[in-house]
Design a protein around this ligand. Structure first.
Ligand code: MTE
Ligand code: MO
Length: 357
């Protein structure tokens, strides 16, 4: 069979999702700030068309002073800019066995952008949350059906986290207005959390005195083994590192071919829980490890760090290159993934097959 396969692996539904929602090509790890078109993308439903002149952000619910703000109102306020590394919670899903059927990410559903906008905490304080308020619900303008439930895309944060996590209501990405696919005209950015909490096309913020039970919090994004389990919510990103695959790729398999001369391996590492303090490299599929050198080009606490390692390829043959990150809490990437129903939080080490010639 020439160029034809009966592999029943990826379904057309998964392929359709993968074609809409692209990953960051690994060579884009070379940029500390990911160029906009190379940042990964994940859109559950359709990209809405929003008229910026008519747009209003509403802040209401359990508050003393409800607010309605136009884009100009938001732009007139003191702004902040943060570099934030964002990773989809389903990154690594397609490498799980059995494969949970959803967006079939391999390893590269990640990117780092500079987000500029208004600190969420100042607006929440201005709205004056009621003493009984416990959660903040963020609603996007996009709608769809998921798990049989007709819904707007909505996520919540505990009030304390919303006030203290350094959240930003962003209207710019890398110095330009948000592009449609990344949430124009306004999105929530929550440093350290997996991507799903960074609600795009954000139109309303509602304070609540009850825990939020919407689909994307109570049903989706939970780590569990079966449908019957409640499981635990997906929150902050686990430590992870990736490398720019060295040498040149084979067109189809993307396996790497390198010359027999020393190579500077490079990549980036992040964790949403605490700063990364160590990155190690292996040339034997994770049997033995050596320390890489870290460089902090970005000064935001949880933005990814760069790493490099001088590798001397063996005389000939095949190697499996790997890298693994450890954060300040001591958490390290596992060699093997921990399976769960939704395919979330798979931070198992990346494996890059290389042939030396
Ligand atoms: N309104 C809305 N916000 C959303 C989503 C969405 O589908 N709708 N997807 C979420 C998910 S799952 C991820 S991983 C990030 C992706 O952000 P990006 O496309 O800007 O990289 O946006 C999050 N915010
Ligand atoms: Mo995601």
């Amino acid at each position: 069979m020439d160029g034809v396969t009966a592999d029943p692996g990826i379904s057309l539904d998964e392929l359709r999702l993968a074609a809409r929602n692209h990953a960051m090509p690994l060579e884009a790890l070379r940029w500390p700030i990911t160029p906009v078109g190379l940042h990964y993308l994940l859109i559950h439903y359709d990209v809405p068309l929003v008229d910026p002149a008519a747009f209003q952000l509403e802040i209401g619910g359990a508050v003393g002073h409800p607010l309605a703000l136009t884009l100009d109102d938001l732009r007139d306020r003191p702004a902040v800019e943060v570099a934030v590394t964002m990773e989809c919670a389903g990154n690594g899903r397609a490498l799980l066995d059995p494969r949970p059927v959803s967006q079939p990410w391999l390893t590269e559903a990640v990117g780092t952008a500079r987000w500029r906008g208004v600190p969420l905490a100042t607006l929440l304080e201005e709205a004056s949350p009621a003493t009984g308020a416990v959660e903040v619900v963020f609603s996007g303008l996009d709608r769809g059906v998921e798990g049989g439930v007709d819904q707007r895309y909505e996520r919540s944060l505990p009030l304390g986290e919303a006030l203290e996590a350094g959240c930003v209501l962003a209207y710019e990405m890398n110095g330009s207005p948000l592009p449609p696919q990344h949430g124009f005209p306004l999105r929530l950015v929550v440093p350290g959390w997996y991507g799903m909490t960074n609600v795009k096309w954000l139109a309303s913020i509602t304070l609540s005195e009850e825990p939020f039970t919407g689909y994307q919090v109570a049903t989706g994004y939970r780590v569990r083994q079966t449908e019957d389990e409640d499981g635990r919510p997906v929150t902050r990103m686990r430590p992870r590192s990736l490398m720019v695959p060295p040498g040149i790729p084979d067109f189809l398999t993307r396996d790497r071919v390198v010359e027999r001369t020393p190579v500077l391996l490079e990549g980036r590492a992040w964790s949403g829980r605490a700063p990364v303090v160590r990155v190690e490299v292996s040339q034997d599929g994770g049997e033995t490890w050596a320390d890489a050198e870290l460089t902090r080009e970005l000064h935001d606490r949880l933005a990814w760090v760069g790493w490099s390692f001088r590798w001397e390829p063996p005389a000939q043959g095949a190697s499996i290159l790997c890298c693994r990150a450890t954060d300040e809490t001591g958490e390290t990437q596992p060699l093997e993934p921990e399976w769960n129903l939704g395919g979330y939080e798979n931070n198992a080490v990346q494996r890059v097959p290389v042939v030396v010639r």
